[in-house]
Structures are given as structure tokens and as C-alpha cells.
Design a binder for this molecule. Structure first.
Ligand code: ARG
Ligand code: ZN
Length: 872
């Protein structure tokens, strides 16, 4: 039952007006829809009308106010087909549904007693019969009827236009949204909610009321989201000339939510974890994530809502562009280099892993079985990387002109990725034909680079060869247009050399364009032997191989003018040492620490610091997941052992330096999520982690003191993690207990409590997961809990990949249960099992057996699609 892009047909009928009435009841909600429908002028007069509808009880169906005879329509589990309809008519339906039974969290459901909706991508069809496709855009008028005591607050998109009391303690509010929108942007919220209100005046003087709706007890956790929202609104005006277009903008926090948040027109719905913060309960990382997600959903108002997707194959049109926009916003608001480093570190770990697995797909896929499975790192993050390349290729000014053209030309329309790139080509007068391959070709391109310095002719010849490994369904790959930003750093002077390429002076930092399978770039007038600094700022989402020596890397680590590539050098240097140790572990040879790495770290720790957050990133070793991505075959135990060995060696060798850094960065200032404070705390955290790798008395004392002082969640969580992950149970147990008791009332903090204890390296973790699944704070029905406990466990590589297969079995059991409750979460949770081909034979067999066991179940489309791909 796959859907193919090539089968796309424009809709034969469009809905101009959608009127909905909801009579809310947990067990039996009544939904009345009155749709004003027109046949498309180009559609055949006898074209049937199709309305999606799933899991709905149909009570009545009227065409132009006349009941439709049963023979006039066909009703199956996918929807309604009406064979003969006039060119213009109204269709009225009445259906019933049971929000309290909706555990999939798609459509209308209940979360902590309140009603809420999630319609993207295809949830609206579980609310009413409708052409549930993004290229059908209508003006909505929505009446919500609820119980005046249980649901005092009744929200929908747009502006409230009418409200009143009804019999039996019920009341209603009617909302109108003047902007035509596809059904996936519809939203409704009803419950006992409290709100924090603020105001924003747009660049043209529109007064906008801003509201964040939360459960009463969370009123103290909205300040940061509100401040972030106002910054984002201003930023979109300043950077993209985009202004808000309604009189109110609402955010609602809900506890049960499959993803981070949703950009419903004027009524964004958020996972409470993606909006609520307080210094005592949320870490710096959470503060930054909230800021980014609030901005992301707000930015969708233009990149997604005003201009939307023609079909779901175009998902990256709105997601890639919007992620790029939110990344740029966060870079402008905080430290730009750190933002880039963190995004790239995550991207190379998680997106590269996706590309290397059975679900690898292009940014614009050709077919899918379940679109929900395509809300992926490739669509979002790689999509954003491609938009970033586009911006760099044409330059900011042409990019901005292209963006203006796109929003102007396609306002109110549902369009394609070609439309977007077309605007950029038009505005920049550049040919982007080859560039388009980035959207069609799956997989991570790899560049093999090597360079030669010709002393006699003062030339540097850089040869780049590209290849993209084959991915499922795509065996043949064409060369991509890869922009490689670079410099040549004089090995003697330590300075960037002026670049002359093909007789043209290029300055000290330039972009070379690799378009062929192989190209050689000859730089002339190169006065001294250089070390190349390649792919600066990660100018393209590729793997770059260059035979750097450790001396080269130690040199770039301090001398590269590009901050991003200084970090990159630190990671490459660590990787070289890690690879030796992984080999030593496998061969049963004694492990010896490379002293050049220690020297490089010492130099970093003792040099004057200009950006503490960047330094912290440089001192962090690549994660086990990141290391795994660089290995041909993943040896879980060798990777863990090698990384632990490096951590401890550095901790021992540089104990005094780390202690000095730690002490220098302890602060008693009141918490603020400013870039300066965040940088200071992250440097302090890294130092403490190295000190705790040694676990001497003084380190333990500092760590315990940081935990006990409880200044803010960033400090407390880091200290708790280190105590819990230490080898001494007399440290771990009391800290966990104290924390768990103190925060038992706070669900988001308890999520952290779950994650911390199941990420530790000790061997008792699997038993602990089983035990915690019975904890009163845990529920398989809440996606945040599933992620915090089971998701975190699956990231705990040594324990998840236990050789007895118990980790796999535990995950598979949860997948099987979730397949019935919440297929989207089931499919996501299962992802690590689908990557079985990356491991040794014994583990392969165990993982495959669990996939086969899952396959025996009656499967949801979500899990089915993944299992099929994984076993293909
Ligand atoms: N458009 C939303 C966002 O980017 C995500 C919606 C995801 N929906 C889903 N069913 N997975 O921010
Ligand atoms: Zn989005």
C-alpha cells in the first residue's frame, strides 16, 4: 500500500469553507461538519468526491441539505466516496468519536484531562470526513462546546467571534480563522487551563496578544518561552521581513505529545517538555531547546502555513527551510560557533546513522507507506543543511530576494520544493540544476581528499574525489555539486595564506565547487608549505577524508582561523587515538594513551580562553554513537573501553588543570540562560566529568557539593549524572533517592531521573529498566516517559547490546505493546533494532530474531514499514 509521488493528481474538488461544531465528551464527542465544496474547473464533471475518514462513526450525511441515499456513496475504512456530485454544493456530516480511547495521540485525544488535537500529517481524518491533503485549503469557522466546569477554556485557530452559555452547564466559543489553511493545521484545545499573557507590536503596528496556556501549577515556567517567542517574532521581521498576521498567537502545553510541537495556525501546541522551563527544573540545554522550538513553530507561520506543501513528499520544503531559520535565529541569539558545533555533532551522529541504515531516504522521497515515519533527521536536518548550502551558494542577499519572491508568489498556495529552489535560481540568476540532486539522492556523500605541495613552483594541488554509497532502492549515484569552504594555513607562519586559484585572487578563505566525480584544484603563489583547513563550518553535509597526521591536527587545533575547524581538529585528533585503542582492545593488546592528545589538551586548558563554550566542546570526546558511525563494523565493547580509557587517561594526566578550570568557573551568580553563563557552566561540567573519571576524594567532594548546593538544574543534573555513573554505589544510591523524592511531583524532572539512571554503564541497567517500568511515575502511554526510560536505555550502548540479547528483547516487547497503543512512538522506539547490519554476527542474529518476532504481530502501518525495510 505505498503512496508514490509519481501518482500525484491535483484535487478534483476544493473546499472553500469549513464549518465545524464539536460537542465534546471523552467517550463520545459529536463532530458536525458543513463543507462548501467546488469542483475544480479542469476536473472531469463525473469525477467522484473522495473524503478521508478513519475510525469515525458516521451518523448522518447530507448533500445540499438532503440526506444521501446509501446507494449514493461508498464507505470503507479509508473514507467516503460519493459518485455523483454537482459542480458546487455543501456537504454536511455528523460523526462520533471517543477521545479518551485515543492512545495514538493523532486526531482528537485527551491529555491529563484536557482535549487537544494533533493533525499533521494525517490526523484530521480521525476527526471528520474531509479531503485530508495539504493542497486543499479552506477558511475555517469552528464552534467548540464543552462543560463549563471541566472545560472552562475552549480554543481553536484564529479569533474568537462568539461565546455563550448553554443548557446543562455547557458553554461554547466560536472561532474564525480568516487565512485559508489545509486540515493539518487545524487545532482545538479544551480544558481547565491558565494563561500568561503578553503583547507584541509588529513592524507595521499590529497589536498581537500572546498567550501561553498551561496547567495552573506550571504558570511559573513560561517566562523563557514567552521571551523566546517575542525575540523570534522580531527576528523574523528583521531577517526575513515576515510579520505576524493575526491578532492573537497562542501556545498550549500538553503532557502527552508524540513530537516536540506543532505549528497549527495561531494555536501552536507543544509537548510540555518543549515549552516549560525553570532554572530549578530545566537544564541549559533544555532552555536552549525551548527557545529553538518556540522559534521553529513560530517561523512556520510563513514557511509552512502561509506557503504550504503540495503533498507530503514535499515535507522538507517547510521543515528543512524552517529548521534552517530556527538554527540561524539561535546562532544570532546565542554563540554562533557553539550552535554550529552542536548541530553538526548531532547531525553527523544521528543523520549519518540514518543514511547508513535500511531506512535511508532522500530529502524528497519517492514513496512511503506511512508518512509519519518520514519526520526524520534527513527531512529536517539534512533538509536544513541543503538550504544552508543554497544560501551560501547564492549569497545572503540573493537568498533573501529569493525568499521574498517565494513568499510573495506562493502566498496562500501549496507548492513544491522545485518552486522554492526555482525562486532562488531566479533571484540569483544561477543554474541550480545539478544542485537539485541533493534533494533526490539519498546517502551521505564521501569525499576523499589529498594534497601536494610543490615547493619549486610554489603550488598546492588539492584533489577531491566524491562518491555516494548506494542506499536501498538507489544503486546508481551521480556527482553532486558540493561547496567546500577552505583555507590553506601556512605551516610555518600559522596564518591563512592568500589563495590564488586559476589566476584569480580569492582572499584567505574561499569556497571551491566540486561538481565532477574528481577534480584537482591548483593553488598558485603558495609561499610556504600549508596545512589545508577543509569544509570550514561544515559547508556541506558530507564525510571528508584527508590523511591528516596528528601533528597536522595539533597544529590546526590551535592555529586554524576557523573556530569550527579548530573544534573539528580536536575531534579528529581524538578519533585517531580512539581508533588505535579500539584496535588494541580488539587484539587484546595493552592500551597505551597517545601523549600527543594529552599535550594538545594541556595546551587548550592552559591557553587564554575567549569562548568557554567552544572550549568545552573541544574538550568533549566524540560520543560512543559518533565513534560508531566512523567504524566499518560497530564493536560496542571496544568503543566503550577505548573511550573510557581516554577519559581516564586525560583525567589522570591533567587532573590539576581540570581542577583549576573547575574552580575558576564556579559561580554564585543568579541563574540566567545567557550565552556567557551557559558557556561557563558547560566548561565547568566538562572539567568535573574528567575529574570524576578519576574519582579521587577531592573530585567526589566537589561533585557532591555541587549536587547538594542545588543552584540550578544544570549543575544538579550534571553532578547527579556523575555520581550515578560513578563506580561507587554508596554515591549513586543516596543521590538518586534524594533527587527522586524531591522531584516526585514534577513529571518533567522525573523524566530526567529516569534517563540518568538507565544511561549508566553498570551492568544492572536492564533490570533497573524493568523495575522502573513499574514505577508509578512511568506510563507507556506517555511518549516522554517512553523516551526517557526506554529511549534512553536503547542509547546506552553497552547495556542495550548485551550479548545475551536481553536488551533487544526488552525493546521488542515494548515495541509490540506500543504498536497497539501508539504506532508512531512504537516505530521510533524500534529504530535501533533496524540498524542490525552494523554489528557482529552474534548481535545481528539476536536483533534479527527480535525483528522477526515483531513481524508476527498484527502490525500498524508504521511498524510494518520499518520491519519490512529492516529485514529486506
Ligand atoms: N510540523 C511539526 C514540526 O515541525 C511536526 C509534526 C509532526 N507530526 C507527526 N505526526 N509526527 O515542528
Ligand atoms: Zn517543523
Amino acid at each position: 500500500q505505498p503512496v508514490h509521488l509519481s501518482d500525484y493528481q491535483p484535487p478534483a474538488y476544493r473546499v472553500t469553507h469549513t464549518e465545524l461544531t464539536f460537542d465534546l465528551d471523552p467517550a463520545s464527542t459529536r463532530v458536525e461538519a458543513r463543507l462548501t465544496i467546488e469542483r475544480h474547473p479542469e476536473a472531469a464533471p463525473n469525477a467522484p468526491l473522495f473524503l478521508n475518514g478513519e475510525q469515525l462513526t458516521l451518523e448522518s450525511l447530507l448533500l445540499d441539505d438532503e440526506p444521501l441515499a446509501e446507494s449514493a456513496y461508498q464507505h470503507d475504512d479509508k473514507g467516503l466516496t460519493v459518485a455523483n456530485v454537482p459542480a458546487a454544493f455543501t456537504l454536511a456530516t455528523r460523526v462520533r468519536l471517543a477521545p479518551e480511547e485515543n492512545t495514538a495521540l493523532e486526531g482528537l485525544y485527551q491529555s491529563s484531562g484536557m482535549f487537544c488535537t494533533q493533525c499533521e500529517a494525517e490526523g484530521f481524518r480521525r476527526i471528520t470526513f474531509y479531503p485530508d491533503r495539504p493542497d486543499v485549503m479552506a477558511v475555517f469557522r469552528v464552534t467548540v462546546i464543552g462543560d463549563a466546569t471541566r472545560e472552562p477554556v475552549l480554543l481553536a485557530n484564529g479569533n474568537p467571534v462568539e461565546r455563550g452559555e448553554l443548557e446543562g452547564g455547557r458553554h461554547f466559543v466560536t472561532w474564525e480563522d480568516p487565512h485559508p489553511k489545509p486540515a493539518y493545521l487545524f487545532a482545538l484545545v479544551a480544558g481547565d487551563l491558565a494563561c500568561v499573557e503578553d503583547h507584541f507590536t509588529t513592524m507595521n503596528g499590529r497589536e498581537v496578544t500572546l498567550q501561553i496556556w498551561v496547567e495552573e501549577e506550571n504558570l511559573g515556567k513560561t517566562d523563557h518561552a514567552m521571551a523566546s517567542l517575542k525575540r523570534a517574532m522580531r527576528w523574523d521581521e528583521d531577517s526575513y521581513g515576515r510579520e505576524y498576521d493575526l491578532d492573537r498567537f497562542m501556545i498550549v502545553a500538553v503532557n502527552d505529545f508524540n513530537m516536540g510541537a506543532m505549528e497549527n495556525k495561531g494555536l501552536n501546541i507543544f509537548n510540555s517538555a518543549a515549552v516549560l522551563t525553570h532554572p530549578d527544573t530545566a537544564t541549559d540545554a533544555a532552555f536552549q531547546q525551548v527557545e529553538g522550538i518556540v522559534a521553529h513553530e513560530y517561523f512556520h507561520n510563513w514557511s509552512g502555513n502561509r506557503v504550504t506543501c503540495r503533498d507530503w513528499f514535499q515535507l522538507s520544503l517547510k521543515e528543512g527551510f524552517t529548521v534552517f531559520r530556527d538554527q540561524s535565529f539561535s546562532a544570532d541569539t546565542n554563540s554562533a560557533p557553539v550552535k554550529r558545533i552542536q548541530d553538526v555533532a548531532f547531525f553527523r551522529t544521528a543523520q549519518f546513522a540514518e543514511d547508513a541504515g535500511p531506512t535511508a531516504h532522500s530529502i524528497r522521497p519517492e514513496h512511503y507507506i506511512e508518512i509519519t515515519n518520514f519526520y526524520t533527521l534527513t527531512i529536517y536536518e539534512k533538509g536544513a543543511e541543503v538550504v544552508r548550502m543554497l544560501k551560501n551558494l547564492v549569497g545572503w542577499e540573493a537568498f533573501r530576494r529569493g525568499s521574498d519572491l517565494y513568499f510573495e508568489r506562493f502566498d496562500g498556495q501549496a507548492v513544491t520544493i522545485e518552486d522554492f529552489v526555482g525562486c532562488m535560481a531566479e533571484a540569483s540568476q544561477q543554474d541550480l540544476t545539478q544542485f537539485m540532486r541533493w534533494y533526490h539522492q539519498a546517502g551521505t556523500p564521501e569525499i576523499d581528499a589529498h594534497g601536494e605541495y610543490d615547493y619549486v613552483n610554489a603550488e598546492y594541488r588539492l584533489t577531491l574525489r566524491q562518491r555516494t554509497p548506494m542506499t536501498p532502492g538507489q544503486t546508481h549515484k551521480q556527482p553532486l555539486h558540493i561547496p567546500v569552504r577552505m583555507g590553506l594555513v601556512g605551516t610555518k607562519s600559522g596564518h591563512d595564506l592568500t589563495l590564488t586559484l586559476d589566476g584569480e585572487k580569492r582572499g584567505k578563505d574561499t569556497v571551491i565547487h566540486l561538481r565532477e566525480a574528481e577534480q584537482t584544484f591548483v593553488f598558485t603563489d603558495v609561499a610556504e608549505a600549508p596545512t589545508p583547513s577543509l569544509l570550514r563550518n561544515f559547508s556541506a553535509p558530507v564525510k571528508l577524508h584527508f590523511p591528516y597526521s596528528r601533528e597536522d591536527l595539533a597544529f590546526l587545533l590551535t592555529e586554524d582561523s576557523d573556530g569550527f575547524n579548530r573544534w573539528e581538529a580536536s575531534q579528529r585528533l581524538a578519533m585517531l587515538a580512539l581508533n588505535d585503542l579500539i584496535a588494541a582492545h580488539r587484539n587484546g593488546v595493552e592500551k597505551v594513551m597517545d601523549t600527543r592528545v594529552i599535550d594538545a589538551y594541556r595546551a587548550l586548558l592552559t591557553a587564554p580562553v575567549n569562548d568557554k563554550a567552544v572550549l568545552a566542546e573541544m574538550l568533549k570526546l566524540p560520543s560512543e554513537a559518533c565513534i560508531a558511525e566512523s567504524q566499518p563494523l560497530v564493536d560496542v565493547d571496544a568503543i566503550h573501553a577505548a573511550r573510557e580509557f581516554v577519559r581516564q587517561s586525560l583525567g589522570f594526566a591533567l587532573r590539576d588543570e581540570f581542577m583549576a578550570v573547575y574552580t575558576a568557573n564556579v559561580s554564585s551568580k543568579a541563574y540566567a540562560p545567557t550565552p556567557e553563563q551557559i558557556g561557563q557552566r558547560s566548561l565547568k561540567s566538562v572539567a568535573l566529568a574528567y575529574l570524576m573519571a578519576v574519582e579521587d576524594e577531592e573530585a567526589i567532594e566537589r561533585c557532591q557539593a555541587q549536587f547538594d548546593a542545588g543552584h540550578n538544574m544544570t549543575d544538579v543534573r550534571q553532578a547527579l549524572t556523575l555520581l550515578v555513573h560513578s563506580s561507587r554505589d554508596e554515591l549513586a544510591a543516596p543521590a538518586l533517592k534524594a533527587f527522586g523524592e524531591k522531584w516526585a511531583h514534577d513529571s518533567l524532572v522525573m523524566d530526567q531521573w529516569f534517563s540518568i539512571q538507565v544511561s549508566r554503564p553498570q551492568e544492572d541497567v536492564l533490570e533497573r529498566v524493568k523495575y522502573l517500568m513499574q514505577h508509578p511515575a512511568f506510563s507507556l502511554k506517555n511518549p516522554n516517559k517512553v523516551r526517557a526510560l526506554l529511549g534512553a536505555f536503547a542509547q546506552n550502548r553497552v547495556n542495550f547490546h548485551r550479548l545475551d540479547g536481553a536488551g533487544y528483547a526488552l525493546l521488542a516487547d515494548a515495541v509490540i505493546e506500543l504498536n497497539r497503543l501508539n504506532p508512531e512512538i512504537a516505530a521510533r522506539l524500534m529504530t535501533p533494532l533496524t540498524r542490525w547490519r552494523r554489528f557482529d554476527d552474534a548481535r545481528q542474529a539476536l536483533m534479527q530474531a527480535e525483528l522477526e518476532r515483531i513481524k508476527q504481530e498484527p502490525l500498524s502501518a508504521n511498524v510494518y514499514e520499518l520491519v519490512e525495510k529492516a529485514l529486506a
